[in-house]
Design a binder for this molecule. Sequence first.
Ligand code: FAD
Length: 403
Amino acid sequence: EPGLVVVGASLAGLRAVEAARRAGYGGAITLIGAEPHLPYDRPPLSKTFLTGDAEATYYLGEDILSRDLSVDLRLGVTARALAPQARTVITDVGPVPYRRLLVATGAHARTLAHLPALDGVWTLRTLDDATALRASLRGAADVVVVGAGFIGAEIASSARAGGARVTIVEAAAVPLVRAVGEVVGRVLSTVHERHGTRLLCGTTVEELIGDGHVRGVRLSTGEVLRADAVVVGVGAAPATQWLKTSGIVLDPRDGGVVCDEYLESSIPGVYAAGDVAHWPNGLFEGDDTMRLENWTNAASQAAHAAENTVRPDRRRPYETVPYFWSDWYGQRIQFVGTADADDVSVVGGGGPDEDSDHLVALYRRGDRLVGAATLNEPRKIMKYRRFIAERGLWSAAETAIPA
Ligand code: FAD
């Protein structure tokens, strides 16, 4: 009797199978994952794992998954195609029939296709990537990070902690504009320079120099930088190659799985959650669909999707105030809501100074508060998150939560 099949055995896949059991689902569950590892925590991979201060963190032991949750765990197995007529996932080791399907295949690191493959050039998404990168950074005197997004910034910070000279090369004039807007992007870019990382904006890598192993990069400015290691952090793309022939609707911009408010895709009975999924987030009416790439959403969205999957008669729309954090040079950056705003006001902290970095910035759209960014203000951010969840008015925000 085919049951619930979950493709992708990372955070979203794991939270989905847990939630299905919690919701009382007693049928068969199969969890298929391409990586050979049990589900593990990705955020430390660019932070404490990379600096050698922590080892991999697995969420659950295999015995809990297989015995207590009664999950048929298929690790090292890759889904190659979906045949919706036959309700079957085609994997590299054979077909897996399903009654209900949850797509939780996340995202993979984008690469720079125009550059040749040289040793010492890395992307970072998986535990295996992080293990290889960590070894490469050990003893690297000069490191070039391509991309000043959150992952690039964290890798730069970790490489600095290891004593390397680090340069970040960023194509945009201001980093992180899509994630946090221009005002906060500018403030955050100053954090790098003050911790000894060189940040070159409006610059691209034109050429990798080296023979076998990378030795340097040539920039669009003509400058040549030495590099013992180059890390490409230019974003992630939904892992949906395997769905291309299924007829499922994918977002034309990034290939993510397009879902409705219940997280159901265009194929009935097929749901999606986590980094792979687009859906209309009802909290921000008028918005296009959202696709989030953060830990908190992957966990809660997948639990929600699993409940909707196994209790189709009691489905609820999924709404969330997005939340993510990032750690650079011992500084904690946090963001709630959306940066897609009419304007942004810095209401606290005023930005970084010599020895203590503090910032509170608020995002207004119409008459509502829709977002908040903080630097080293961990207690405030969750208050803003609740305020936004309650559709709080912009005019009331400063009284409700004094900066
Ligand atoms: P993923 O974690 O990408 O997992 C998808 C899984 O599906 C993978 O194991 C993949 O191998 C598997 N898969 C893909 N295709 C197939 C297939 N065809 N068949 C079988 N299996 C397949 N978020 C934060 O909020 N804060 C942070 O500080 C933070 N730091 C991060 C640092 C790093 C280095 C990375 C990579 C991410 C970080 N994130 C952070 C983001 C967060 O980790 C992701 O949002 C989260 O992992 C998404 O979970 P997911 O299960 O949707 O996808």
